[in-house]
Write a protein that binds this ligand. Structure first.
Ligand SMILES: [Zn+2]
Length: 336
């Protein structure tokens, strides 16, 4: 089964670039910059990955300190993006939406355009060499305030249709509720961005409703708190909103205590458009096949249901109908 899950064509919709940097590259670049001393790779991995017994979201977020130190130069951003696409193509991922928060990469002098264009260059090269398709989602950080979000929406507009497909809102949900960023997301909606919002990851179900109704969310990141209220599940379904679920990450951050309480089976059986994703490949030490394996081992998902999840991801992708059909055709042909 492991091999089968490795081989099947896959789609990834929720993948943070800073959480998915190749470990060897991170080590090499941190060493080069004098940020770390030489050490065994095993020891380094403990600094940049969580274990499955990760204690809290705080412990999880601490791991992002290292990738962000090196993701401040054009050539590194390009290389990291390119390598991510290489790694994903080896796992037969056909399409990925890569997300990052531009301002987190502007701390040492890069401009917004330099950050975005470096990632787009890495994507172009990755597609050329590995045939993997990708697009970018620009993240607005909740704590940065609405003015920053508006700037992202305005500055990112020129890349719409050229690799950028959407905006996202991420970060501390409890202290910075969705409505703070309403003006920016209204603008994004008017400019034709697709919209996804991290909501209901840490138990606040009303953030899901606000994201759909006030921020025009087409997709919800995580969304696990919807399980608390049948009306919210109905809303998600009625509005045709897709949910980007990331099981292993949610287990590690303690958004859920055990996999048995993970609501994906309920969502799936109620007919919500559920997709499965990694969140952070390096930090979570995961992969799409590992996520699928967990669903099969612990939550009784069959291989056919895994195929349905992959088809759901095509449906939820920020692509045109024509592009979705092309992707579907590639996948169906490969699965025979
Ligand atoms: Zn996320």
């Amino acid at each position: 089964m492991k091999e089968k899950l490795m081989e099947i064509p896959k789609i990834e919709l929720h993948c943070h670039l800073d959480g998915s940097v190749r470990v060897e590259t991170m080590y090499e670049l941190l060493l080069e910059q004098g940020e770390i001393n030489p050490m065994e790779m095993e020891q380094f991995e403990q600094m940049v990955r969580v274990k499955d017994d990760c204690k809290s979201l705080k412990e999880y977020l601490e791991k992002f300190k290292y990738p962000l130190k090196i993701m401040q130069r054009k050539e590194y951003l390009e290389r990291i993006t390119y390598e991510l696409l290489e790694d994903l193509s080896l796992q037969n991922v056909k399409y990925v939406e890569i997300r990052f928060a531009p301002f987190l990469h502007m701390e040492e002098g890069l401009t917004f355009d330099e950050v975005v264009e470096s990632v787009l260059r890495g994507m172009g090269k990755g597609q050329e060499e590995f045939g993997i398709l990708s697009n970018v989602i620009l993240i607005c950080m909740r704590h940065e305030g609405v003015e920053n979000s508006i700037e992202i929406v305005e500055q990112g507009e020129k890349y719409l249709g050229k690799g950028v497909v959407a905006v996202d809102l991420a970060g501390n949900e409890a202290d910075f509720p969705p409505e703070i960023h309403q003006k920016a997301f209204q603008l994004a909606f008017e400019k034709g961005y697709n919209i996804t919002v991290h909501a209901g990851e840490t138990g606040i179900e009303e953030n899901i409703v606000k994201s759909i109704e006030l921020l025009h969310a087409d997709r919800i990141g995580h969304g696990i708190a919807a399980i608390k209220d049948p009306d919210i599940m109905e809303l998600i379904k009625d509005r045709g909103v897709s949910v980007e679920m990331c099981p292993i990450s949610n287990l590690q951050t303690k958004a859920i205590k055990t996999i048995e309480e993970y609501p994906i089976r309920d969502f799936f059986d109620k007919g919500l458009n559920i997709t499965v994703n990694t969140d952070n490949i390096t930090v979570s030490n995961t992969s799409l096949q590992r996520e699928y394996q967990l669903l099969m081992d612990k939550l009784g998902f069959s291989m056919d249901e895994i195929y349905t999840l992959i088809d759901n991801s095509i449906e939820a992708a920020f692509l045109s109908e024509e592009e979705k059909n092309r992707l579907r055709k590639i996948i169906i042909e490969e699965l025979g």
